[in-house]
Design a protein around this ligand. Structure first.
Ligand SMILES: Cc1cc2nc3c(=O)[nH]c(=O)nc-3n(C[C@H](O)[C@H](O)[C@H](O)COP(=O)(O)OP(=O)(O)OC[C@H]3O[C@@H](n4cnc5c(N)ncnc54)[C@H](O)[C@@H]3O)c2cc1C
Length: 380
């Protein structure tokens, strides 16, 4: 049986970042991906902010569909305001981005195997189904980067179940033949668009965009797809639908995501931001930290995985989790209130960073209703 120091399962951004980092530290790494083509199918709106990834990855021109200069915010009654933030981020082309990261790992010495679905882990070996056959690979350490539907955690006896209020159900279509501002994302709030979450228009060009929405099952019994179909009919009646994707985004980090011989990273550890649902940057950050920590651990050095992850990812997630808990309870009248405050703070300004904290603080001070629910949450 072929043996590797580290086996990484899943070649999304988190897995490739982990494999690349570990290989750069001089150990043998196998990266396994179930799909024939890395990055396909794309299940993502592909947005990433410059701030979220700074210090971890330089975004290359060839991976970018659009450069972003800000956002248009739309409230429950279709009132809008614009936030100008030149160079704030990008809409990626994940069908190019994901394979490029895997190639970086390969160039660093990682053995990458596609069409290789991991079907079990036992006795320090990973079982892989590959074109009708199974193979076993021995490992010293496993990094589970197998996304939202991760099974690696369950193979290491981690409870990966999510409660109904810990998930946002999403539907998104890639639309063509539409008119959009190519350098502004549009975010829409209110019960009509996305009960308990938000809707988005992420431009791929001036005539195409990822258009989608999330809903919280505790706020509506309606399906995300149904609400999206209605909205697209209203807003983009002559659009061509190129691709439809459906998926869940978690809003709660796993209680446990490491053990003696494994780490879980990215969506497999449920590291998406509970407010925005963004998970590319946190996937990469957790992958880099896991790759580095796994090697340190194998060399008998101190394991800084949790400490580093807390600083880079978990602190922000915990803060945004608190905001989401309040946000989840808001009705249109309160969205309206938040919208007015956000508009006052942000509208027309060239902001160098959109501070969720400042908005949250002002909303709590100026809205007795939201303040009351925040207090209840704090002292329950
Ligand atoms: C509708 C929607 C829109 C989103 N929009 C955004 C956005 O705009 N910006 C943002 O930052 N995030 C967004 N996200 C979240 C983002 O897509 C994820 O957080 C991100 O892809 C996580 O990266 P990852 O590497 O952890 O997992 P993934 O990208 O899911 O990669 C996991 C990989 O593991 C492979 N795999 C799974 N099981 C196995 C197995 N048994 N054996 C081998 N391989 C396996 C999969 O094929 C996949 O390639 C969105 C999510 C959804 C659902």
């Amino acid at each position: 049986m072929e043996r590797f120091d580290i086996i990484v399962i899943g070649a999304g951004p988190a897995g490739s970042a982990a494999a690349y980092t570990a290989a750069r530290h001089g150990v043998s790494v196998l990266l396994l991906e179930e799909h024939p083509k890395i990055g396909i199918p794309v299940v993502c709106a592909e947005g990433i902010s410059r701030k979220s990834i700074a210090g971890y990855l330089d975004i290359e021109q060839g991976w970018i569909s659009q450069h972003l200069n800000g956002a248009i915010i739309r409230g429950p009654h279709d009132q809008e305001f614009r936030i100008d933030y030149p160079g704030c981020g990008w809409i990626l082309d994940r069908a190019t981005f994901d394979p490029a990261l895997a190639r970086m790992a390969e160039n660093a010495g990682v053995q990458v195997k596609t069409r290789s679905k991991v079907v079990g882990i036992h006795d320090r070996a990973v079982t892989v189904a590959h074109e009708g056959r199974t193979a076993e690979y021995g490992y010293n350490f496993v990094i589970g980067a197998d996304g939202m539907k991760s099974r690696v955690g369950t193979w290491f006896d981690v409870d990966t179940r999510l409660a109904v209020d810990e998930i946002t159900v999403c539907a998104e279509y890639l639309l063509e033949d539409i008119n959009v501002d190519p350098s502004y994302v549009e975010l829409l709030f209110g019960e009509r668009y996305a009960p308990g979450a938000y809707a988005w228009i992420f431009p791929k060009s001036s005539s195409s965009a990822n258009v989608g929405l999330g809903v919280s099952p505790v706020r509506t019994r309606r399906r995300a797809r149904e609400i999206l179909d209605e909205w697209i009919k209203r807003e983009f009646p002559s659009a061509t639908v190129k691709q439809k994707i459906f998926g869940g985004v978690s809003a709660k980090v796993l209680e446990r995501f490491s053990g003696n011989r494994f780490y879980l990273v990215g969506d497999a550890a449920r590291l998406t931001d509970p407010l925005s649902g963004a998970g590319i940057a946190n996937g990469i950050k957790s992958g880099v930290i896991a790759g580095r920590s796994a090697v340190a651990r194998m060399k008998g050095k101190k394991d800084a995985f949790h400490a580093e992850l807390k600083k880079a990812v978990l602190k922000e997630i915990a803060y945004n989790q608190g905001i989401r808990n309040v946000y989840l309870k808001l009705m249109d009248s309160e969205y309206e209130h938040v919208f007015r405050i956000a508009k006052r703070i942000l509208s027309g300004h060239a902001v160098s960073g959109v501070s969720i904290r400042r908005i949250a603080r002002e909303v709590m001070i100026f809205s007795p209703l939201i303040f009351k629910s925040a207090l209840k949450l704090l002292f329950r």
